[in-house]
Design a protein. Structure first.
Lengths: 649, 153
């Protein structure tokens, strides 16, 4: 039976029509074998445009449809649904991308039109061999893994758990809380960060639906949306959180002092320690790298001191297999390394602090009990210089992007400093003040007007030490003068960068990263919390620099997307999967080895495809030397036809 | 006399007017998305390469490449996700191995191996895609039309 194709060419206003002679594409395609209907329309995606597809299918008994328009990523779904309404199997509708891949990238009208004809013809040839397919139903695992236990991961886990889903929260550190727990106060309300975060942390620890895995990392993943299999590696838990009474007897006898990461290196802690008072799980933890060797002969003091018997040096790391339906990545940020900021001393001067260190100095739980004191001599600094955009907005040397939150937290730092040291001077070097947000601009204004923070518009060019002072050289572009300040302390508002390990997790999960290394969302505007891989979602500062309200908002958004996915009774699996032509198959097993999903096995000496496992990548068909295996609707025959069309034949 | 003079002139004119026909097999997840980004960014590149979207660069059979040359392609481009970033975990590794062999084969049968190229273009690399096509078109122009594998009509 001869197939009957319909071709619809979109003008997209002038987006396509300005470069491509749409009428010409229609008239050329109308001459092709199998094309029984063709038309152009100003906006095919509009309601009348879609209706014309529906009508044409009915009136002309079309059994394949090609829409020549924008990228299939945008409207393939629209037109497949319209085709379905018209009575056509949606998998017999193909998109020819003549906008992104043609009209927008060429200027020569004749050549662009010629290319558009080839692209459209190629899609028509393919569609003429498209068969009718029905999506496969796949069961869903109603369990979610959230990776990263900062505010983003915490919020997302709670939202999911409260919606009734089982959640596994995986955190690399010994406690959840992330960077937010290191903060002293939060802008613009100046409410205590720990006071607003710790109730959520407690809720996580008590929630019957949440399983918390600390000191754990995802090492591998297999499966697909709705049915992932994840391997999680957990460090040995030498201290049993169930038994630990948080009495501090162990730390009191521990002879080892290591750097305290929670205080960003401003203090030390013992090898056995509790990260901070509100740590969740509420337990001491043993830093095996710092510990003298987990060997009772060498030390063993803490085990002896622990009356609860919570310490066991023989614990081993574990690997756990977990089945989940969806994954949320919330791996957060780190500060741009001070060692990269040569102009500000490479992190050599003890009184040049980063933003998080300054937070710890202001915090009542910090190393100085909430008094702003210089790390070098524990004296109160009288002149403090805050340098914004340290590493941000500097495409030549550092990060090109704006880290978004630094204007606000610098205003907060300067305000807090003035509250702690009312007779001190706070100077802020800034390029621009970016204070978009509820109550943000007012907060910055208040820091200047009420708290007397001195804002200097310009970059600080250099910080160096001289006669016990930190000399800050800069320029005030508003007065047009060079500025030199003798500072007691300098606080750098360093750029936010993706946390260490983001590249690794992105690789493990096969999700993309953008040019700056942040996790890439599926669409910058319309799909901001999805990765390109179905079932894997993104949230928080791992996706882009953002502040707490925005992170919480995005975390809830990701949770909503997961709930939407897992609320369906079963997921639809793309039916364009591999199919074996048994008469050609010799059972050589090359496809079995090539399949990334272990979807092909040998049954009675012939390759057999498990359609639910098959993702339709076609690696098997590219490998088979006898063309015995093909992916439905992208068969080798179809590709050969498409090649002919591209060659003008 | 004039015929003798005209021949090289004619050849030169042909070379100048030569517009290579190129087929570009782009994987759906990285390179096709990257070419979409080139479009969204309105980057301009030569219109010679006609894209065919495939699910994965690993699905590109050597037969596709030979078929394209047979049908008159002057160059064939296969573009996929960066090694290690394949949406299908390892499809592009298969592509890479296969492509190496195809290049050897083309050389063996006397076709310039430069006529067949593989590139890694991610969804974020619109600029790279435009550059890859521009470079390829330039290089193929220098090689002139492909006649070796083209079917004689």
């Amino acid at each position: 039976m001869t197939r009957r194709a319909g071709v619809f060419v979109c003008h997209c206003g002038t987006n396509i029509a300005a470069t491509v002679d749409v009428k010409n594409v229609v008239s050329e395609l109308a001459k092709d074998d199998g094309v029984v209907f063709s038309k152009d329309y100003v906006y095919m995606c509009s309601d009348p445009g879609q209706q014309s597809v529906i009508d044409a299918i009915k009136e002309n008994q079309l059994d394949s449809v090609v829409i020549s328009c924008c990228s299939p990523n945008l409207h393939e779904k629209t037109f497949r649904e319209a085709s379905s309404v018209g009575g056509l199997n949606p998998f017999q509708c193909e998109i020819a991308n003549i906008r992104e891949q043609c009209a927008w990238v060429h200027k020569d009208r004749a050549k662009a039109t010629e290319k558009a004809i080839k692209i459209t013809r190629s899609a028509v040839r393919r569609s003429l061999r498209d068969e009718s397919l029905t999506p496969l139903g796949v069961p869903v695992t109603r369990k979610v893994m959230v990776i990263g236990g900062g505010i983003a991961g915490i919020q997302c886990s709670l939202d999911l758990a409260n919606a009734g889903f089982d959640v596994v929260l995986v955190e690399k550190q010994a406690t959840i809380g992330g960077h937010m727990l290191q903060l002293s106060e939060t802008f613009p309300t100046l409410d205590c960060s720990q006071c607003i975060l710790s109730p959520k942390m407690v809720e996580v620890s008590k929630h019957p639906k949440i399983t918390l895995m600390v000191q754990s990392e995802v090492t591998s993943i297999s499966g697909f949306v709705g049915n992932f299999k994840v391997k999680v590696h957990s460090k040995a838990q030498y201290v049993d959180p169930e038994k630990c009474k948080i009495c501090d007897d162990c730390a009191a006898v521990c002879p080892v002092v290591a750097t305290n990461q929670y205080d960003v290196g401003l203090t030390g802690r013992r090898a056995i320690h509790i990260p901070f008072a509100q740590a969740i799980p509420a337990s001491y933890t043993l830093d095996e790298e710092a510990c003298l060797g987990l060997n009772p002969v060498v030390c063993g003091k803490c085990k002896k001191a622990c009356e609860a018997g919570a310490i066991d040096y023989d614990r081993k790391p574990t690997t756990t297999d977990i089945d989940v339906g969806a994954i949320v990545v919330a791996t957060g940020f780190d500060l741009y390394g001070k060692d990269k900021l040569g102009e500000y001393g490479h992190g050599r001067y003890p009184d040049v602090l980063d933003g998080l260190q300054f937070e710890r100095l202001c915090s009542a739980s910090g190393p100085t009990g909430g008094h702003v004191l210089r790390p070098s001599d524990q004296k109160e600094p009288k002149n403090v210089v805050f340098i914004q955009c340290s590493g941000s907005r500097d495409p030549e040397n550092h990060c090109a992007y704006c880290s978004k939150i630094c204007c606000m937290y610098t205003a907060k730092h300067a305000t807090l400093y003035k509250h702690h040291v009312p007779d001190g001077n706070a100077y802020v070097f800034y390029i621009d003040i970016r204070s978009g947000g509820k109550g943000y601009e007012e907060f910055v204004q208040r820091s200047m007007e009420r708290d007397g923070v001195m804002y200097l518009r310009g970059r600080a060019s250099k910080v160096y030490q001289s006669k016990g002072k930190l000399k800050v050289l800069g320029v005030d572009t508003l007065s047009g003068r060079n500025v030199e300040i003798d500072a007691d302390m300098v606080v750098l508002a360093q750029a936010m960068v993706p946390s260490k390990g983001t590249a690794e997790i992105a690789k493990t999960l096969k999700i993309g990263r953008d040019k700056d290394g942040f996790l890439a969302e599926a669409h910058p505007k319309l799909r901001p919390v999805e990765s390109v891989t179905g079932g894997i979602f993104l949230t928080g500062a791992a996706q882009s620099p953002k502040d707490i309200p925005e992170t919480v908002c995005q975390a809830s958004a990701a949770a909503a997307k997961v709930i939407q996915l897992l609320s369906k009774p079963e997921l639809e699996h793309n039916p364009a999967v591999a199919r074996v032509r048994e008469s050609h198959c010799t059972g050589c097993e090359m496809c079995v080895d090539a399949c990334p999903y272990e979807a092909i096995t040998l049954v009675n000496g012939k390759a057999h495809v498990n359609e639910v496992l098959c993702e339709g990548c076609g690696t098997c068909s590219g490998t088979c030397v006898r063309a015995a295996i093909d992916v439905k609707n992208v068969t080798q025959l179809q590709v050969f036809e498409m090649i002919s069309a591209c060659m003008g034949g | 006399m004039s015929e003798v003079l005209e021949a090289p002139v004619q050849a030169k004119k042909e070379a100048q007017e030569f517009e290579p026909k190129i087929v570009a097999f782009l994987c759906k997840w990285c390179s096709s998305a990257g070419s979409d980004l080139a479009g969204v960014s309105r980057l301009q590149y030569p219109p010679n390469a006609v894209p065919i979207q495939v699910m994965c660069s690993g699905s590109v059979s050597p037969l596709y490449i030979l078929s394209a040359f047979n049908k008159g392609a002057d160059g064939v481009l296969v573009s996929g996700c960066h090694p290690g970033d394949c949406h299908y975990l390892k499809g592009n590794f298969f592509a890479r191995r296969r492509i190496y062999l195809v290049q050897k084969l083309l050389k063996f049968i006397g076709l310039e191996s430069d006529r067949f190229r593989m590139s890694w273009v991610s969804a974020a690399e619109g600029t790279k895609y435009a550059q890859v096509v521009a470079d390829f078109v330039k290089d193929i122009k220098a090689l002139g039309p492909q006649r070796k594998l083209k079917a004689k009509n």
